[in-house]
Write a protein that binds this ligand. Sequence first.
Ligand code: ATP
Ligand code: MG
Length: 401
Amino acid sequence: MVCFSCFSPGGNGERRIEIENGTRSGSRQSADSAGSGRGKDSDDNVNGKGKATLKDTEGNSTRCSGARSFTFLELAAATRGFREVNLIGEGGFGRVYKGRLETGEVVAIKQLDHDGVQGFKEFLVEVLMLSLLHHSKLVTLIGYCTDGDQRLLVYEYMPMGSLEDHLFDLEPKKEPLSWNTRIKVAVGAALGLEHLHCKANPPVIYRDLKSANILLDNDFNPKLSDFGLAKLGPVGDNTHVSTRVMGTYGYCAPEYAMSGKLTLKSDIYSFGVVLLELITGRRAIDCSKKQGEQNLIAWSRPFLRDRRKFTQLVDPLLQGRFPVRCLHHAIAITAMCLQEQPTFRPLIGDVVVALEYLSSQSNSYEVHNSRIHSSLPRSSSKQDSDIFSRESDYRRSATSV
Ligand SMILES: Nc1ncnc2c1ncn2[C@@H]1O[C@H](COP(=O)(O)OP(=O)(O)OP(=O)(O)O)[C@@H](O)[C@H]1O
Ligand SMILES: [Mg+2]
């Protein structure tokens, strides 16, 4: 088993992560379900030494592998004094800047907001988790800075930003994600989650799966980011971890939101919400929509129950360019992940297998479709692109899902 030994940023390992009220877009929400000043959550990984260290199975301390320590001056130079022009995003933790290190490497630098509500503990957990967990579908932590009261994280730069940037509120000129790219993102995110659930020992519960935390490279390969809320999963005979409820409104599993009982299945529910966002192009929570449409899960329920209505769920920006058979599979997987009862939700390994099959089916649809495109006069292409979403295809697929 791996356990954490830690360091304290300002000597205050007991600092509680305060409650954020969720008014800012993409912000997290937490609630102290234990009702006490210091939830069980504010404990385990912080105890105050000075450098990030880990203990291995024999209890020997080792320095965090991979991530290096930067001075504040190095990171100020990399971002040219944290100039606005280099600002690429902002979340509950603070601002994110694009920067270039002395080596020439382009990076993303996240600076903890001093007035921020998500704090030092998340910073620490992030450094420790990403130092332990290396995988092609998890963002790489290049380093961190703990000069004085500064707390910064240095990541590999993901040029396409987050999945959220490509799904919602698109500028008219921006190309929407194709069906195949959506499935590719789903497969990659599932592989990242599989690494946390199945390869890490003990398993890691991510707790913050959402489209804003799925970052994309130039080829739309996804990587999971933001591990500040991650928890080590239950071990031995324990069925769950009891913790303060933290995460992002709209993505939290119902049993976790209500009782604070956290399991790997809580992540599966959040994954189901992301799948639904990929299919519909709608945000998990969207206050700009009219009453009844603001909560994606509630809005989608009647459509998910009736396969004749499945196509009405689909993002209109896809303009019918998706194989209906694959849509049915995708919805079946989504509905399983969103089961109210956690035990009925699938394991991530099964989700990966199902999505990889779906991906191969979607790819052959694209190959088939592009062959038809190239053999037809150009003017016919729009008409043809809808070929798989016609009623006849729907009827065929409806019987086979
Ligand atoms: N490694 C990175 N490479 C490129 N862009 C990044 C990187 N990390 C973050 N960003 C950008 O910065 C934005 C803000 O990220 P951040 O993780 O701080 O907040 P968030 O995930 O939107 O919200 P929250 O803090 O509630 O999780 C992201 O949406 C993304 O566009
Ligand atoms: Mg994030």
